[in-house]
Design a binder for this molecule. Structure first.
Ligand code: RM4
Ligand code: MN
Length: 393
């Protein structure tokens, strides 16, 4: 067991204590694949209940005090009331996610649609999301577009970029001083030939053109297999354009599995580049968000596990002996440098984290604490009737 008196452990714990992870409201609702959505007991029926679940994750982990909302899924008549509800439960409303992918009008695209009336409707929705941000106190507007084409020749790929740029410029102009536009890319799906924002380079080019309040979001499930995501992270951080993460993990496509489940080593490598680039400093503004769906596992412990996985990867990244690594690199010691990184990765950080939690006044084992809390039984008994939130469950 690492001792509190060890100054290095102490420094690592201090950084971890300040870490903040943002939870997606949609992770608490039912989700599934195009084949089947399996409904679970106790799932929230409205945004208020989603926030109660998110607050439970925060209470047990101590580091997840923000909930990202998705509009219109989380639309409420009175956002001030939702904000108050969150604050009563010790959490804040976070990133506002726009949704221009579920309306019939958007079959051929939203802001890139060849029909100007559809583009107008889509851009209006994005502007409405900023109105909501003004009420929720949110800093970030996160934009993911399902726009693209399925067949060569279907539409003018270049004109679609112009339409995208035009809409983004209008939205950007509407941002308040402390608000940001985060642009998320995705290689494929739902469009199979071209996506209009397929990769970090496209997102980066648009953000550069827009200005300093526009930054790129890296969803870890949105790349081609084998993509070196930590390289993208290093590059974006270096140019001040890493707005945040949508963390999840994948084996094949955009699986949206629990972060760190498929490839914890990749998560460590990403967190190392975040640390190396100064991204753990809150003033840099990197938003550490989860974007996951718990199709078969219970949702609240699924979120707790995910928060812990990010925390573990961060702890390991913080344990890298940066001075030693730099010395090995300068000396051209390939194996030595690699060993410094692997030593940190192979460290069991669970005792260090258990100790940190104790110091923060949360249970040493959040998963066990949740199981013992009776919360799952309580919501299963109470949340009867109404329409469970989710993707068509
Ligand atoms: C998209 C994208 C967005 C998320 C939706 C639910 O694939 O990752 O970030 O808001 O899914
Ligand atoms: Mn995402």
């Amino acid at each position: 067991m690492t001792s509190t008196t060890d100054p290095r452990t102490h420094a690592v714990q201090e950084t971890l204590r300040a870490q903040r992870i943002e939870l997606p409201s949609w992770a608490f609702g039912n989700s599934g694949t195009r084949f089947k959505v399996f409904a679970q007991a106790g799932v929230p029926r409205d945004p208020f209940e989603k926030i109660e679940d998110a607050a439970t994750v925060n209470r047990l982990t101590g580091i997840a005090p923000k909930v990202a909302l998705h509009i219109p899924w989380d639309h409420v008549d009175d956002f001030a009331k939702l904000r108050q509800h969150a604050s009563d439960l010790g959490v804040e409303l976070g990133t506002i996610n726009a949704n221009v992918f579920q309306d019939n009008d958007y079959m051929l695209g939203s802001v890139t649609n060849p029909n100007p009336a559809v583009r107008r409707k889509a851009t209006n929705h994005l502007l409405e999301c900023i109105d909501i941000m003004d009420q929720t106190g949110s800093r970030d507007l996160k934009l993911w577009f399902s726009d693209g084409t399925n067949y060569p020749g279907q539409d003018d790929v270049r004109a679609r970029q112009d339409r995208l740029a035009e809409s983004l410029a209008e939205v950007y102009a509407r941002l308040g001083d402390n608000q940001r536009l985060l642009l998320e890319y995705k290689l494929f799906e739902p469009a199979f030939y071209t996506m209009d924002v397929p990769d970090w380079g496209t997102a980066y080019a648009h953000c550069m053109q827009l200005g300093p309040k526009a930054q790129v979001v890296v969803d870890t499930g949105h790349h081609a297999p084998g993509t070196n995501i930590e390289f993208i992270v290093a590059l974006l951080l270096r140019s001040g354009k890493l707005g945040g993460f949508d963390f999840n993990s994948r084996f094949y496509a955009d699986d949206d599995l629990m972060v760190g489940a498929a490839d914890p080593f990749q998560l460590f490598r990403i967190m190392w580049e975040v640390r190396r680039g100064g991204g753990l400093d809150a003033s840099v503004g990197v938003a550490f968000m989860l974007d996951q769906c718990h199709n078969i596992e219970p949702k609240i412990p699924g979120q707790i596990r995910s928060v812990m996985n990010v925390q573990e990867a961060t702890a390991k990244a913080l344990l890298v002996d940066a001075g030693e690594l730099a010395a090995m690199q300068a000396a051209g010691d390939v194996l030595g440098a690699n060993a410094v990184l692997m030593d940190a990765y192979n460290t069991d950080v669970r005792p260090l984290l258990a100790q940190l939690r104790e110091q923060m006044g949360v249970d040493r084992n959040p998963m066990a604490a949740y199981a013992a809390s009776g919360y799952a039984e309580k919501i299963s008994a109470e949340r009867i009737g109404g329409q469970a939130a989710g993707w068509g469950a």
